[in-house]
Design a protein around this ligand. Structure first.
Ligand SMILES: *[C@@H]1O[C@H](CO)[C@@H](O)[C@H](O)[C@H]1NC(C)=O
Ligand SMILES: *[C@@H]1O[C@H](CO)[C@@H](O)[C@H](O)[C@H]1NC(C)=O
Ligand SMILES: *[C@@H]1O[C@H](CO)[C@@H](O)[C@H](O)[C@H]1NC(C)=O
Length: 281
C-alpha cells in the first residue's frame, strides 16, 4: 500500500473513532478539537511536504506575558534550531485563560487584557506563517524587555516585518487588525473605549479572526485540562498514557522524566518520530 494511503486510513480511523466516542477522555476531546481546527485551516500556508501524521505532535501550553512561557519557548527555540527537527514536529500553542462574559474580550487572562491580545496575536502568527518564521517572530517578541509590549500591534508587526513577513499579504493584518481599509481602526486600545457596546467591545481590540482563534484555543486547552503555563506535551507512541508531559512553574521544572534541556527534547522527538515512520516489512 502507498504510504499516503496508509496515512489517510490512519487519520480517518482516528477521526471516526473520536466521533464514535465523543466523551471518552480529555485526550480525545483535544484530538477532535485540533483535528477540526486543522481541517478548517487547510488553505493556510502550511508547508505540506509531509503528512501531519508523520510528525510528532508537540503542544506548548502558555500565556503570552508569562515568564515561564518565555522560558520554555526559549528552550524550544534551541530544539527547533537543531538540525532536522523542525520538519519532524507539528508544534501547536495552547493558551491558558478563562472565558468571562464580563470582560471586553470575553476572556480573563492572568496577566491582564494585554496578555489576551498577545495570545491572539501569537495564534495569528502561528496560523499564517511557516513554523520557522512563526518561531523567529515569537522569539523577537519575547526578546525585548519582557513582557514589555507583548499584546500591542506595533510590536507584533515590527517583529513580523523583521522576519521579512508582509503584514497584509501574509494574512496577519487581516487576522489581527481586520480590514486594511477600515475607517475606525480595530486596534484602538485607547482608555475607556473597551466597555462600550456590551459584548462587542472586543471589536475595537482585535479583528474577528484573531478573536475566534483566541476563544477556540482557550476552549481546547480547557478540554485538555491544562492550567499551568508552561506545560509541554509531546504526543508519544512509546510511553504509557500516550504523552510525555513537562512543566515549568515559577521557574522550576517539574515532572520532566526525560529531562528538560533542549537536547533532551530533541532526543525524545527523534525517538517518537522514528516510531511514526512506516516500517519496511
Ligand atoms: C497529531 O495531531 C493531529 C491533530 O490532532 C492528529 O490528527 C494526528 O493523528 C496526531 N498525530 C500523531 C502522530 O499523534
Ligand atoms: C470576570 O471579569 C470581571 C471584569 O473584569 C472580573 O471582575 C471578574 O473577577 C472576572 N471573573 C473571573 C472568574 O475571572
Ligand atoms: C480600500 O478599499 C477600496 C475599495 O474597496 C480600494 O479601492 C482601495 O485600494 C483600498 N485601500 C487600501 C489602502 O487598501
Amino acid at each position: 500500500m502507498l504510504i499516503s494511503q496508509l496515512v489517510s486510513l490512519l487519520l480517518l480511523g482516528s477521526i471516526s473513532s473520536a466521533l464514535a466516542n465523543p466523551l471518552r477522555s480529555p485526550q480525545d476531546a483535544r484530538g477532535r478539537a485540533q483535528a477540526s481546527f486543522m481541517l478548517a485551516d487547510e488553505t493556510d500556508d502550511l508547508p505540506s511536504s509531509s503528512p501531519e501524521g508523520d510528525k510528532v505532535n508537540v503542544t506548548l501550553y502558555v500565556m503570552s506575558r508569562c515568564p515561564d512561557a518565555r522560558l520554555c519557548e526559549s528552550v524550544f527555540q534551541d530544539v527547533l534550531k537543531t538540525k532536522g527537527i523542525i520538519d519532524k514536529v507539528n508544534l501547536e500553542l495552547g493558551f491558558i485563560a478563562s472565558l468571562n462574559h464580563s470582560e471586553p474580550l470575553g476572556v480573563s487572562c492572568k496577566h491582564g487584557q494585554l496578555e489576551c491580545l498577545g495570545n491572539a496575536h501569537e495564534l495569528c502568527l502561528h496560523a499564517h506563517l511557516p513554523l520557522s518564521t512563526f518561531y523567529a517572530t515569537l522569539a523577537c517578541m519575547n526578546y525585548q524587555d519582557f513582557p514589555g509590549d507583548i499584546g500591542k500591534v506595533e510590536l507584533t508587526r515590527r517583529c513580523a516585518e523583521t522576519n521579512k513577513v508582509d503584514w497584509w499579504d501574509s494574512g496577519l493584518g487581516q487576522c489581527i487588525e481586520g480590514k486594511h481599509n477600515g475607517t475606525s481602526t480595530e486596534t484602538d486600545m485607547g482608555e475607556g473605549k473597551t466597555r462600550t457596546e456590551k459584548g462587542k467591545g472586543w471589536k475595537k481590540l482585535i479583528a474577528k479572526e484573531g478573536h475566534r482563534r483566541l476563544l477556540s484555543s482557550i476552549k481546547t486547552t480547557q478540554e485538555a485540562g491544562i492550567t499551568t503555563s508552561c506545560t509541554i506535551e509531546i504526543a508519544s507512541s512509546v510511553v504509557q498514557g500516550g504523552k510525555r508531559v513537562c512543566v515549568v512553574d515559577a521557574g522550576v521544572w517539574k515532572g520532566c522524566d526525560d529531562g528538560h534541556a533542549a537536547s533532551d527534547f530533541v532526543r525524545v522527538i527523534e525517538k517518537e518520530w522514528e516510531q511514526l515512520q512506516p516500517k519496511s516489512d
